[in-house]
Design a protein around this ligand. Sequence first.
Ligand SMILES: Nc1ncnc2c1ncn2[C@@H]1O[C@H](COP(=O)(O)OP(=O)(O)OP(=O)(O)O)[C@@H](O)[C@H]1O
Length: 225
Amino acid sequence: MIVEAKNLQKIYKNNRGIHDANFTIRKGRIVALAGGNGAGKSTLIRLLTKQEKPTNGELIWHQDDFVRYMPDDVDFPSTLTAQEVLGLLGSLKKVGKGEQDEILKKVGLFEVKKQKVSSFSKGMRQRLNLAQSLIGGDGLIIMDEPTNGLDPYWIAQLKDMMAQERNRGATVLFSTHMLAFAEQLADDVIILHEGRILAAGEVQQLLRDHHCGHLEELWLQKIDL
Ligand SMILES: Nc1ncnc2c1ncn2[C@@H]1O[C@H](COP(=O)(O)OP(=O)(O)OP(=O)(O)O)[C@@H](O)[C@H]1O
């Protein structure tokens, strides 16, 4: 187990946020944080990445490894090139140029690595965001809506990269509002709705337990309660 949430709460002044969440994230799994707009996915990610503190309850960490993070939006300094962005992170994380180039190849930016980020399309910037999250370490990687701005080819590549991360022992947690995408890729799922956990556990087990063919069916069943 990597992290355990016990009665975790983050309540904003408008009484929205995360209410009393209990879940565990297991090592070596792909975990989807799924739910609609305003469900609480980004709030939970801000708690997991320690950008915010809980109002109540706690996150108990069972490992100290560096958490890699792909935010939902990132403003890279536009005067830097892709190579310079990865170079800066590489020197911080002690990752050599060879590995930086491998990552740039994986995300399809190797050929344009000497171009300034200001010349990049939205999709290219998102792939640079993906690249910076892949660099260094093999612990937990947290991705906030990683498919944002990616076309179908790069969504398929992203899926492969996430599976590769899991296969080499890393744990991948990603948020999505697309339940079908979560179902295709994730081993485990945490389904959020209006700040509360509707269901959490192994995807296939949850589907069997609730006699559902798909997560969407499970979600509809739960929000009707
Ligand atoms: N800083 C804040 N102050 C007040 N309310 C907030 C704050 N951040 C989030 N909320 C509220 O908490 C709830 C959960 O928001 P959050 O951004 O975590 O949802 P989300 O699942 O990431 O949604 P989306 O898919 O639309 O990005 C929403 O009702 C939102 O308005």
